[in-house]
Design a protein around this ligand. Structure first.
Ligand code: 5AD
Ligand code: SF4
Length: 473
């Protein structure tokens, strides 16, 4: 088999990151090796996102930049996958003449066959079929060239919730859960390859297996918790309406489950929540937040919020600001509402102007900054157990050089806070820090989006505080 090079450009959410890994797995069977150079590639795949208008614009600007390459190398194959491909289908071939292949969100398993056909026949193909069952690739994930200790694992696809602003049910299809045994096999395989932490992915993991009667999410978590060699489990995203008591208590019972939950609230106004078709009220949301904090006092809670949803009055917006003050999120992703194809809210009246949306977004960001800083500052002086993920961003840029003590590492706390630190030559056990190791770190300084700390020798930590717990010295 002749060696060929593939470049994969991923836009969007973690699920797309996972899908791109699956795409890479499939392409490997055709003899493609991943490259980070556009110029040397024989195949370019763009894995796209259409959740908001801005993400969609990124796709077209990237594709536009490929015209020059295709001119220089006509045999180059350009494929567009993911949500924009699913949404636009054949229209994409008309709109972007340099594209050879459009493959939808359910076509990843068929991708190798499609690429092979194009390479031989030099034809253009659109495959946006949406079968109602999951077509597994039958290859276990190992295509990531860069060694990673944390990986994503998709446990379900699609969504049945039809929030009125959201395009996902239209581009990712009906909710389908993967077989628990396949998920467990995949994770065991990742662990055998050195992975220490998995993040389970789905649009609404809380309803995993319910429709099919396969299993439940808390049961799946318990089985994953039993996998030897795995250190940490995370999951995203949770829908507040399906956050059960059983799942909440998993934060108490499962030792590997990290103390973080992403629980999108979207709005603090009951009127807007109803128009969004979210099926919970502000009161129910707050009740769940309180329950979570009761069960797991140090749990970090992050959320998503949309500003300027059609019909959002100044009063509704104030309710969102109040909710942010009441909850004090550890982190918040805020978005200006944008119309999406097929989504019901696109047809709603009382649209909010761009200027107003921009102002509201800024107010949310400023308010949240205050709480993010406050939460991070509260950790100064505390001891945290972190999983070392690798060299820090700064160090990766600079290369692995200098004295051991000048090497900067990065990892995350169970509560998902990034911590950077230097290797400590004074403490013998820390002259040899490696990726995937768990290390106790004393937090020295909090910044707005990360913490700075130093490794602490385990002997100095009282017995009983050497595990997950953190304490302020
Ligand atoms: N406009 C703005 N934000 C949106 N999101 C989803 N659809 C839209 C839209 N049409 C946001 C929601 C969701 C996150 C992934 O993206 O907050 O939780
Ligand atoms: Fe979209 Fe709502 Fe489904 Fe999330 S739960 S993917 S916001 S429709």
């Amino acid at each position: 088999m002749m060696l060929k090079y593939a470049y994969i450009h991923t836009i969007g959410c973690q699920m797309n990151v996972y899908d791109s890994e699956q795409i890479a797995n499939g392409l490997k069977t055709l003899g493609y090796q991943l490259t980070s150079s556009l110029e040397t590639s024989d195949l370019i795949i763009v894995n796209t996102c259409s959740i908001r208008e801005k993400a969609e614009q990124k796709v077209f600007s990237f594709l536009g930049r490929l015209d020059r390459l295709k001119g220089l190398k006509p045999e180059l194959i350009i494929g567009v996958g993911g949500c924009v491909a699913q949404q636009e289908g054949a229209k994409l071939l008309e709109r972007v003449p340099n594209v050879d292949l459009v493959f939808g969100t359910k076509a990843i398993g068929r991708l190798p066959g499609l690429v092979e056909k194009i390479a031989v026949k030099r034809c253009r193909i659109v495959d946006v079929k949406m079968p109602e069952k999951i077509e597994e690739l039958n290859i276990l994930s190992d295509a990531v060239d860069e060694k990673k200790v944390t990986r994503f694992v998709t446990i379900m696809q699609g969504c049945d919730n039809y929030c009125s602003y959201c395009v996902v049910p239209y581009v990712r299809g009906k909710e389908i859960s993967r077989d628990p045994n396949r998920i467990l096999d995949e994770i065991r395989n990742l662990v055998a390859a050195g992975v220490k932490e998995v993040t389970l992915l789905g649009q609404n993991v809380n309803s995993y297996g319910r429709k099919e009667g396969l299993s439940t999410f808390p049961r799946l978590l318990t089985q994953i918790n039993d996998i030897e060699g795995l250190l940490r489990i995370r999951f995203t995203t949770s829908h507040p309406k399906d956050l059960s008591d059983d799942l909440m208590s998993a934060f108490r019972h499962l030792d590997k489950l990290c103390h973080h939950i992403h629980l999108p609230v979207q709005s603090g106004s009951n009127k807007i929540l109803q128009r969004m078709n979210r099926k919970y009220s502000r009161e129910i949301y707050l009740e769940k937040v309180d329950k979570l904090r009761n069960i797991c006092p140090d749990i970090a809670i992050t959320s998503d919020i949309i500003v300027g949803f059609p019909g959002e009055t100044a009063h509704d917006f104030k309710s969102s600001l109040n909710l942010i003050r009441r909850v004090e999120f550890d982190g918040l992703y805020a978005f200006k509402y944008s119309d999406r194809p097929n989504a019901a809210a696109t047809r709603f009246s009382q649209k909010i102007g761009e200027k107003e949306k921009k102002e509201r977004l800024q107010q949310v960001l400023d308010l949240q900054d205050h709480y993010t800083t406050k939460k991070n500052k509260a950790l100064e002086g505390s001891l945290q157990l972190i999983l070392v993920e690798g060299l820090s961003k700064k160090q990766r840029k600079a290369g692995f050089q200098g004295k051991a003590r000048d090497i900067q590492w990065t990892g995350r706390t169970s509560t998902n806070k990034a911590v950077n630190f230097f290797q400590n030559e004074d403490v013998a056990s820390f002259t040899n820090i490696t990726q995937g190791q768990e290390v106790h770190i004393r937090v020295i300084k909090a910044f707005s989006h990360s913490l700075w700390g130093e490794p602490v020798s385990v002997e100095t930590i009282p017995i009983g505080l050497r595990g997950e717990e953190s304490y302020v010295a």
